[in-house]
Design a protein around this ligand. Structure first.
Ligand code: NAP
Length: 337
């Protein structure tokens, strides 16, 4: 045993509605020495993703729900402080599935070693060069399949995934329209990311009218990050053979019984393809995606925002900001060394 102590936020009960500290309290436990083939990471960045809210429930999901009593699962980047694997030395940096915790112990085979020598800020491997950017890249290009001249509509457009989607759609020669929940977010989309139009759904009384006004030629690809009433409105604005890439339904994640969309008949009326996906579906193509995203970032063609909040003890209130829209881009917890 070592003398290291690990602060962990764990799932004590499944939240109904917005999670609170009674659902996700913390405990301090000793860090065990790694078993053969394992390493111990001292976490530096913890990714905060809306999907974590889904894993706190027990509905069927694309990965197992978090078990009651387990630390809250999250992607992490950390530095190796103990290694029982020849593949990792103390001081190496790796990305891993970890948890809301200061130290993650994981099998070396599950870690992705990161190269610090290129000088790329490590946090980007959880954001624009990591699962977030890859979700936008594969979701738009493979599921949305935009063609030059088509109109692409994106919800949660100023968020981590949405902002990547819109910029890639612009690079494909599309008209791009974003939906976001604040004026400053809409301004950022139009003035800095090159979106053709954006509107604020929080001050909009008629989503269908707003979509029709900003998408005068109709919608060919709807990249859906939110579900709910915005999806319902988008369904009424689709062109023949439109594609809906269902990336996430954040408007429903804190609801016990979210109503389904009313306007699904439009799939028949307009011969629409509606396809859900997860970034995990594309794991074997991650190197291709990271290389392309990195090239665009280096060339200044792909901008991103990330917001880092210091301190593991801020993790739950920071996580909840994903659901009130106060995050500005990719949201991370940083645990200073
Ligand atoms: N399929 C996959 O593999 C995959 C992978 C990663 C993420 N996702 C999904 O992608 C979506 C975006 O995730 P992200 O990590 O990029 O987060 P994000 O967009 O950076 O942050 C979440 C944003 O969602 C918006 N939002 C929150 N509640 C909303 C509501 N009730 N109605 C409309 N918008 C709402 C807020 O922006 P506003 O200010 O605009 O309201 C908030 O900033 C989520 O649905 C997530 O589950 C899917």
């Amino acid at each position: 045993m070592t003398s290291l102590m690990n602060r962990q936020y764990f799932l004590a009960s499944r939240p109904v509605g917005v999670p609170d500290a009674s659902n996700v309290p913390f405990r301090d436990v000793p860090v065990s020495d790694p078993a053969e083939g394992e390493v111990v990471l001292r976490n530096q960045y913890i990714s905060l993703d809306p999907a974590i809210r889904g894993w706190m429930g027990d509905d069927p999901n694309y990965i197992e729900p978090i078990a009651i009593g387990d630390a809250v699962r999250s992607s992490v980047i950390g530095r190796v402080v103990k290694s029982a694997s020849p593949a990792f030395a103390v001081g190496d940096v790796a990305l891993s599935v970890g948890a809301w915790e200061a130290y993650t112990t994981a099998p070396a085979a599950m870690l992705n070693k990161l190269d610090e020598s290129a000088g790329v800020p490590l946090s980007l491997f959880l954001g624009v060069l990591g699962p977030t950017g890859l979700t936008g890249y594969f979701g738009l290009l493979d599921v949305g399949r935009p063609q030059q001249g088509e109109t692409v509509l994106v919800s949660a457009a100023a968020g981590a995934v949405g902002s990547v989607v819109g910029q890639i759609a612009k690079m494909q020669g599309c008209r791009v329209v974003g939906i976001a929940g604040a004026e400053d977010k809409c301004r950022w989309l139009r003035e800095e990311l090159g979106f053709d139009a954006a509107f604020n759904y929080k001050t909009c009384s008629n989503y269908v009218a707003a979509i029709r006004e900003t998408c005068p030629d109709g919608v060919d690809v709807y990249f859906d990050n939110v579900g709910g009433a915005i999806l319902d409105a988008a369904l009424l604005c689709l062109n023949k053979y439109a594609r809906i890439a269902v990336c996430g339904w954040i408007s429903t994640y804190n609801e016990s019984h979210a109503p389904g969309p009313d306007n699904l008949w439009q799939l028949v009326a307009e011969s629409v393809t509606m396809q859900g996906f997860t970034v995990i579906d594309y794991m074997d193509r991650f190197p291709e995606g990271v290389a392309q995203l990195a090239e665009w970032v280096m060339a200044g063609k792909l901008q991103f925002r990330e917001e880092m909040v210091d301190g593991l003890d801020n993790i739950l209130p920071t996580f909840l900001r994903l659901f009130d829209g106060s995050n500005q881009g990719k949201l991370l917890i940083r645990i200073p060394e």
